[in-house]
Design a protein around this ligand. Structure first.
Ligand SMILES: [Zn+2]
Length: 395
């Protein structure tokens, strides 16, 4: 067993609210786990890496991706009947590589073609794929004709939702993704449309929880958001329109919000001339309300987990995870809330916090090395950085 000592850096460990100067940790090279962490003088190790007085934080956890979505637009899109398993897998591997290089060391994928995320997750867990860890959902559940029904199991009663959830769990899903409302990036519907009912959502949530897994819901309009929280989901994705009652429901239940601000921004601010007019119109209308909702939720103390919806228009697998943190600050989150959302909170939501999300003894050495303190300027997370996955530097 060889050990590597990392020394001479300031550390945001995910537990404390600040960077501690003069920090070190020791990593077991075989397991990739931290065996010792602290400040000041470190113990002996077989080799030493001097991090040059830089700033170290846990690798980012992105709780909302679609890894089989091709952002270049050259290949068939997410949910397309023309997409093949080989092409979807190639897209996913490229996206995972981009995520890791840009500091995302764990993802929750919430809608992938052909259950590609489930299969790649198994490879990564078995040590046969160098990639971000994956909490996989496989295919989502939607009502017949509902949001991304092209990708989803179509279900129209609590019994059908139960059956599809059981099938997804049988296939190996770690999480059940549910479509509670319409959305922006899919024609013929609006974010306010209620889709899966509270009873349908609850039937699937119960199955996920019985198996010790999680469930989350795409929900943008207020009524659908409340349906999802009452149904017991672990997180609500997007949450465009939050009234006071909705915010109180999140506080009472402990349900997370995954804002995905970049998904709207990618259309409203980067989409001119690229996406259909109906999407531009909806995105500009919802952007202001969305930013205000997330700001109010953050101020009230609702638990937030960072997610980007990577794979939607102009929303990449590269630096847009770090850019999401900037948008969260612009919406009114504190820099500390955003770092927690991408580390310890993400790990708690994905139920991987016994091994990930903080840098301390017993946790995997998934970390990024920044040139400055992101609590002073959140944009620093977007700069060039070194990335380590289970103690191995990403090249
Ligand atoms: Zn999504």
């Amino acid at each position: 067993m060889t050990k590597t000592l990392y020394k001479n850096f300031s550390l945001f460990d995910g537990n404390k609210d600040h960077f501690e100067a003069n920090a070190y940790f020791v990593v077991d090279d075989e397991t990739g786990k931290i065996t010792e962490a602290g400040t000041g003088l470190a113990a002996e190790a077989d080799q030493t890496v001097d991090l040059g007085n830089k700033y170290v934080m846990p690798g980012m956890i992105n709780a909302h991706t679609h890894i089989t979505s091709d952002v270049s637009g050259k290949l068939d899109p997410l949910g397309s009947p023309k997409l093949t398993p080989v092409v979807a897998t190639k897209i996913a591997l490229d996206n995972l590589s981009d995520l890791l290089k840009h500091g995302v060391t764990y993802i929750r994928d919430v809608g992938a073609d052909f259950d590609v995320d489930i299969q790649l997750s198994k490879l990564e867990k078995g040590g046969n794929l160098f990639a971000p860890g994956i909490c996989a959902s496989g295919r989502p559940l939607a009502m017949t004709g509902g949001h991304f029904c092209t990708l989803s199991y179509e279900v129209d009663s609590p019994d059908e939702a139960r059956k599809a959830a059981r099938q997804a769990l049988k296939n190996g899903a770690d999480n059940i993704k549910l479509m509670a409302t319409g959305g922006v990036s899919f024609g013929g519907e609006s974010p306010d449309d209620v889709q899966l009912t509270e009873e349908e959502l609850r039937a699937a949530v119960i199955e996920a929880h019985h198996k010790g897994r999680t469930a989350n819901a795409h929900a943008q309009g207020t009524e659908g958001i409340k349906n999802a929280v009452r149904a017991g989901v672990d997180s609500v994705e997007h949450a465009f329109y939050l009234d006071d009652e909705a915010i109180q429901m999140f506080l009472d239940s402990g349900t997370f919000i995954v804002p995905t601000l970049i998904a709207v921004y990618g259309i409203s601010d980067r989409g001119e001339g690229q996406v259909p007019d109906f999407m531009l119109d909806v995105a500009r209308e919802v952007k202001k309300a969305h930013m205000e909702s997330i700001g109010r939720a953050a101020e009230a103390g609702v638990k937030l987990a960072m997610g980007t919806d990577a794979g939607t228009p102009n929303n990449d697998f590269k630096n847009d995870s770090a850019f999401e943190l900037q948008l969260m600050v612009e919406a009114g989150c504190t820099p500390l809330q955003t770092l927690q959302s991408a580390t310890i909170n993400g790990a708690q939501l994905l139920k991987i916090d016994h091994e990930y999300g903080t840098l301390e003894e017993g946790k995997y050495a998934d970390f990024i090395v920044l040139n400055g303190n992101p609590l002073d300027d959140i944009k620093l997370v977007q700069q060039e950085k070194r990335v380590f996955k289970k103690g191995v530097e990403v090249k």
